[in-house]
Design a protein around this ligand. Sequence first.
Ligand code: UD1
Length: 420
Amino acid sequence: MDKFKIIGKSRIAGEVVISGSKNAALPLLAAMLLPSDETVLHNVPTLKDTDTLIKLIAGMGVAIKKEGNTVIADARHVANYYAPYELVRTMRASILVLGALLGRFGEAEVSLPGGCSIGSRPVDQHLKAFEAMGATILVENGYVKAKAPAGGRLMGCDFAFDMVTVGGTENVIMAASLARGTTRLENCACEPEVVDLANMLVAMGAKIDGIGTPTMIIEGVESLHGCEYSVIADRIETGSYLAGALMSEGDVLTTNTSAELLHPVLKKFEAMGATITTGDDWIRAVMKGRPKAVDIRTQVHPGFPTDMQAQLMAVCCLADGTSTIIENIFENRFMHVPELNRMGANIRIDGHTAIVTGVESFMPAPVMATDLRASMSLVMAAACADGESIIDRIYHIDRGYDNVESKLKSLGVNIERIKG
Ligand code: UD1
């Protein structure tokens, strides 16, 4: 297993070009199964997770290739509707092919994704919605076997999600785009990645109203056609690098991104004392002095995103005062806390709340990455610690941060990959 060796203390400063969003690219890649001709997708980040989804779709018979950051897929000939455990277990988002397969072909067999380190993460809402659309769902031997009613097409229906689910909303809007009749969905996720998928479906000929709101109305069409589309910028990657500036009296300019996607995060950065300036496609954070303590609660969009919780916590660790962080989305998303404490932080957990008493600086230490976003909080903490830290299990970071070493190096971080 690869590790990072990071030697601090660095002032995190410079310019970094932001890649396409991982969480938007994954459903968009799954949606490439929907049309019966060629789709071209630009700004796809080069990541373990996007590679896995491409492999998954290729295994179904789609002619798919990636040239630089562009993926070209021809889904004219799909040979099977099967997503094997070997691929799904490495990435939960593989479940997104279920909606596309069921919508277009009326059947699918997809391995049930297991829990993961941040929580049990069931997919009951996805399955409930497909059942409401007339599908027969059988969960057997770790696989979801789904079949549309006679005639092979799902039926439009009225459905309200019991909770806001990003993946659930994405899966169901793909299926509903090709269903017979109209689907009215309540309590939909409004995250920018859901909006990006809905916009691409519209570019493919889908009829969707209420994009970006909790109620979406989808009038099913007979077929979808290919299109050319570009993935939105990664708001979490953007926020992660900007957070580095706040931790190190730094100055980070992120380009090829959008402040609109990051509103709740930028507001917190300002409350912590950073000067934030923005343009059409850039955001700059400049920090002077120690960050101020803040209170954060993760919420569905447009609230503070759970995927930025660990990185914000790393900033709070160095703040002047005590911060309170409440995690409302996932039940077990504080695994980075013991690791940050090993680096000298002072964090106490009480249920879903972390109470962070700021310290003057981090100490270098050997630590273990526990999940994708948590890894970045440890990398930034190590960059701000005076000495050498080793971060183990960085396969997590490779799943979600494009070109991470060279981007960090361009920000002045002394980082080296030790091959395992
Ligand atoms: C997506 C993102 C992830 C982000 C999360 C919340 C991708 C690939 N991943 O994950 O980075 O942290 O949104 O913004 O886009 N739930 C159920 N039943 C369901 C579905 C969800 O109980 O059927 C629960 C989950 O366990 C979780 C909460 O609802 O506690 C939100 O999950 P969801 O929004 O579905 O997250 P993902 O789509 O898996």
